[in-house]
Design a protein around this ligand. Sequence first.
Ligand code: SF4
Length: 398
Amino acid sequence: MPTIALTQAPVQDLTEAERVRIMAKTARFNPPPARLADGRRELIGLSRAELAAELAAIGEKPFRAKQVWHWMYHQGATDFARMSSIARPLQQTLAENFVIGRPEAAVVQTSIDETRKFLFRFRDGQEAETVYIPDRQEDRGAVCISSQVGCTLSCRFCHTGTQTLVRNLGAAEIVGQFMAARDSYGEWPSPRGETPRLLSTIVLMGMGEPLYNYENVAKAMTIVMDNEGIALSRRRITLSTSGVVPMMDRAGAELGVNLAVSLHAVRDDLRDELVPLNRKYPIAEVIAACRRYPAASNARRMTFEYVMLKGVNDSTADAHELVRLIAGIPAKVNLIPFNPWPGSAYETSSGAAIDRFANIIMDAGFSSPVRSPRGRDILAACGQLRTESQPDKAARAS
Ligand code: SF4
């Protein structure tokens, strides 16, 4: 019988091929061009090089890009007339060719605990939610940003997962959520050095899976981290993923931001149900990618998110298995009491069950804070975000 030579591609090549496949698929959901109907180009969301190219196209030298960047991202200017270091005639030319926009805050709700939820409407009418969660004790807080309108992943405990993916958000729309939230608190110019920041951290945990919109998210975070603008350090940004394994490696190498992994179950049969992406990237592969994640260290622990669902994933056996899975990873485990939403099928674990679970994790040497629900009265808590945006089927099919 002839011997059949089985040629196997190295793992590295397979991962790269998978990345290419993911990027091609997600590109189909990219946003419309950031340009007004009158032809003016949106400047927010362009990289420095792209901004310089736009200005070169109207005959301006590269140093202008540095000036405009400073006005947009350090001063928070949305009007070229405010750019006092630029002469009037050029201000006029800039205004004729460009615009510095913000998403429209269609609805703003503030919770009794001061959490603020924004429903942002973008130029094509699609909407996404952003939540600012102030720290009660200190002058700072986290802005939870959306990366997509809707989501493809349908996690069973998540309200956003009941909304079909409409489209990816563009870099302008992602940075724009943060900038508009800052407008709302008047936090311009960007605080420097030791000056306290009210909006001090970004968590990419709003609507959507950020690693299924990697290009736009990466571009937006690069803008946010730029030292001559918003200047938020990578240590103050956390990207949350349900475990898109091939893209986790890339985000670690290129962005180096903190990583949060939505684990929620320690057995594949249960995680397949709660986080259906698990059927593609099972727990062992997700944990292996966490072990490879370059930005994780004892000083910068990665986070495992674990929603506490009564009688589903909250047993002591689950807690022991969780400890076994993450042993050796510099990590903390955020326990999230389930936040109900209309039609949700689960109940929150009891306080006693959460304490038991947390103690087992703590005894193993991991910090295991229980996240206190914020903004539940305005459906702004974790897993409660959703908008009425629907895909435009005709446009998608064309
Ligand atoms: S938890 Fe995140 S990834 Fe899962 S459905 Fe909700 S928004 Fe999407």
